[in-house]
Design a protein around this ligand. Structure first.
Ligand SMILES: Cc1ncc(COP(=O)(O)O)c(C=O)c1O
Length: 444
């Protein structure tokens, strides 16, 4: 055996032993400084780890996910690493000692440092970021807060997220906005074609364009910056709203790279922050123009904090975001994106030759990340998802929306390859039975 490999393995096992020791010595309550002890620090910063199962095995140990349910719906909500759960627990226990004292006088002070950490990750000024509960809240703050008139047009796609579409439809009903829907036939491996579709929908009355950076139904990555550029070229005053719910802490980019004016994301998806955490970005000069959903003293203030007047909510939850950022940074966004794409391709490529298998997800890294949606001929998505769970306790998401019908599979950084092998063999078995049942019924 290669001696470097032997050394690395020995080192890895020693670190794993250290982790076990840590867990026994301080059950559930490591100090704040212990965050990094859950990770394998011997990997050098630019080392390629995409298929280094020792490295990812260590990451798996940082989560408390059940081995009895194979969770492939991380796109819905992701689990938190143990360090994040522990931090949340500590903040919660502290808050319960004297809620208003600790939440309003101590933890609330920490929001500014969470904002700084988020700004560092997002690549923007902290003065452009508000912390809230999820992408729906962030995006609806923009949708309902924009000054728009009857007859103003909004360009969006049928494949945008339902909450977002519903919010625009409410403005259509209430304020007489006109919605112009584009229909995307996914997957699309041609950015110019996508941009052309948006451009064709723009008119002199278009005031807003809505862009979903990574489409939840199929995992399609959209050329957000190119669409923003085309919008501004058509009309420099056109407002660009970007839904980053699925791309933040999944793809490697900074929010200003997308060239949008407004951006909303959830942090409980790919960042693995506590449930019910989200973030709103507004380009500095535009903040004063957006009306908050929950009114502060000065709703036209240029201070982004005016969007944080949510009333009482969980401060422990917000404070634990910082620990999720530390965990994410220790892996590194680029490594994470490469691994997620690798996991997706790992199982999809093995399925491509299964009779009746089809996917609406690209295998190319420019157009996809962790998410893939597949179908088996002759089985409804609902029945397929039920079979996967019944046979192998594989939890997925059955998707039927507009021109999309399939089962969405989303692994995460803690997913072992063996779970993906189980997925492949279960799909093979279902397809085999389904194909022979179809053959025998056609012989009758
Ligand atoms: C593309 C997209 N946008 C927005 C949302 C809303 O996220 P949340 O439910 O966290 O508000 C989701 C949720 O899955 C989504 O996939």
């Amino acid at each position: 055996m290669n001696s470097d490999l032997t050394h690395n393995r020995r080192n890895f096992v020693r670190k794993l032993g250290g982790l076990a020791g840590l867990l026994t010595l301080t059950p559930g309550l490591p100090s704040f400084a212990d965050d990094k002890k859950y990770l394998a620090p011997e990997v050098s910063p630019d080392e390629e780890v995409t298929d280094n199962e020792d490295y990812w095995g260590f990451i798996q140990q940082a989560y408390s996910v059940s081995p009895n349910v194979i969770n492939f719906n991380n796109g819905g909500v992701s689990p938190q690493p143990i360090v994040v759960q522990d931090a949340l627990d500590r903040y919660n226990r502290l808050s319960n000692e004297a809620p208003t004292y600790y939440m309003w006088r101590t933890l609330d002070e920490g929001r500014e440092s969470v904002r700084l950490k988020l700004a560092d990750l997002a690549g923007c000024s902290p003065e452009e970021l508000a912390i809230n509960r999820n992408a729906s809240e962030a995006l609806e703050t923009i949708i309902f807060g924009l000054n728009l008139q009857k007859g103003d047009e909004v360009v969006l796609t049928k494949q945008d997220y339902p909450n977002v579409i519903n919010a625009w439809k409410q403005r259509e009903k209430r304020d007489g906005l006109v919605l112009k829907f584009i229909n995307l036939d996914l997957p699309i491996e041609d950015n110019q074609l996508i941009v052309r579709k948006y451009k064709e929908a723009f008119t002199a009355k278009t005031k807003v364009v809505m862009v979903t950076h990574l489409i939840n139904w199929s995992g399609q990555i959209m050329p957000a910056a190119l669409i923003s550029r085309a919008a501004k070229k058509h009309n420099p005053n056109m407002q660009v709203v970007i839904d980053g719910a699925h791309s933040f802490a999944h793809l490697t980019y900074k929010i200003p790279d997308l060239e949008g004016d407004y951006y909303g994301t959830s942090l409980h998806k790919w960042l693995c922050s506590p449930f019910g955490t989200g973030m709103l970005y507004i380009k500095q000069p535009l903040i004063k123009n957006i009306w908050p959903l929950l009114a502060p003293e000065d709703p036209q203030s240029p201070d982004i904090r005016k969007f944080e007047r949510l009333g009482t909510r969980s401060f422990p939850t917000e404070m634990a975001i910082g620990h999720a950022i530390n965990f994410h940074n220790t892996i590194g966004n680029e490594r994470k994106q490469k691994r997620l794409h690798y996991l997706k391709n790992y199982w999809v490529e093995k399925c491509l030759n299964i009779p009746g298998f089809s996917t609406i997800t690209s295998l190319k890294p420019e157009f996809s990340g962790a998410i893939a949606t597949f179908a088996l001929k002759g089985i409804t998505p609902g029945n397929l998802a039920t079979e996967l769970f019944k046979r192998a306790r594989i939890h997925t998401s059955a998707t039927v929306w507009e021109n999309i019908a399939g089962v969405r599979v989303t692994p995460h950084v803690y997913t072992p390859l063996k779970d993906l092998d189980r997925l492949v063999s279960t799909i093979q078995a279902i397809a085999k039975e389904n194909n022979s049942a179809a053959k025998s019924s056609s012989l009758k």
